[in-house]
Design a protein around this ligand. Structure first.
Ligand code: GDP
Length: 291
């Protein structure tokens, strides 16, 4: 990772954010953590577990429309083993979001019973939504509150003011107070975030990124790459990422004057297509594996 990138991504808000989260945790009953279902490890803030401690929690595996359904099921089972309830959602279309309120109530069942015994029937349930930039927090709140949230920002790292959002009778959401950063300093984490578009393209070398992504895709989802780029019959075993990139550029007729393959254009196209889910439903991080 370049120095410029580190500076851009570490603006020193973390201490303030941590303090804010600690403060607001006292006002909420549960935490809903959103992760990107394609990269459930890299799209987390490394300090979050310690920050939220024993607060009841649910995990939302968002962007599940673009993730491998088998892998998403594995992640749900993985969290279940750890006594954490996780559900797949697609905050863009709204798919899976009906399960949000019932799941929170399930996680808070004992608490809700205790409120009832104390005569606090219908007490408002308050949930803090947390997640790293670009994971889909605005989209979630927007969908659940039927559009009362500010416009979704497509730029990573845009800070918003703290706000409460009623999402139904007796149910309020609180947007993340501050910005929770992922673990950018880890090379693989940084790379996975860049593949998914959570890091701005102008701070990474597009061609190396595309070649690296292809290496991973050719190993994890070779058939999806072959089908998308009409490379049926191609054996990727001994090919480096940049060689596959050239094959793809050639197939798509991306040439520069003189006949050379325009690998820059091919790279941009590949990353765009991956981020739009066009290569297939792909999960880069599996349970049990290293990130
Ligand atoms: P935030 O920074 O966590 O608030 O993330 P946003 O809600 O602004 O979402 C970042 C980008 O991801 C936007 O372009 C959204 O349209 C997109 N997005 C969010 N959720 C989903 C989803 O479930 N599926 C897909 N395909 N895109 C999503």
């Amino acid at each position: 990772m370049s120095e410029a990138q580190s500076i851009q991504w570490f603006p020193g808000h973390m201490t303030r954010t941590k303090r804010q989260i600690e403060k607001y945790l006292k006002q909420v009953d549960a935490v809903a953590e959103i992760v990107d279902a394609r990269i459930p490890v890299s799209s987390r803030n490394p300090d979050l577990n310690r920050l939220i401690q024993n607060k009841p929690r649910i995990i939302l595996l968002n962007k599940s429309d673009m993730a491998d359904a088998v892998a998403t099921k594995e992640w749900i089972a993985y969290y279940k083993q750890k006594n954490v309830k996780a559900i797949p959602v697609d905050c863009k279309s709204g798919k899976g979001m009906n399960a949000f309120q019932p799941t929170v109530k399930e996680v808070l069942a004992l608490q809700i019973e205790a409120w009832k015994r104390k005569g606090m029937i219908g007490r408002t349930i308050r949930v803090m939504v947390v997640g790293v930039p670009n994971v889909g927090k605005s989209s979630l709140i927007n969908k659940l509150s039927h559009g009362s949230h500010a416009a979704v920002e497509d730029r990573p790292g845009v800070t918003r003011a703290n706000q409460w959002f009623p999402i139904g009778k007796g149910f309020d959401l609180l947007d993340t107070p501050g910005v929770l950063w992922p673990k950018f300093e880890d090379k693989i984490v940084g790379e996975h975030l860049a593949f998914t578009g959570a890091v701005k393209d102008d701070v990474v070398d597009t061609e190396s990124l595309a070649a690296r992504l292809l290496e991973i895709l050719c190993s994890l989802y070779p058939d999806a790459v072959r089908a998308r780029y009409r490379l049926e019959g191609t054996d990727f075993t001994d090919l480096a990422g940049w060689q596959v990139l050239e094959l793809i550029g050639k197939k798509r007729g991306m040439l520069i004057p003189g006949g050379e393959i325009d690998t820059e254009r091919a790279s941009i196209m590949l990353l765009d297509e991956f981020r739009a889910g066009k290569i297939g439903k792909i999960t880069l991080e599996r349970t049990g594996g290293k990130v």
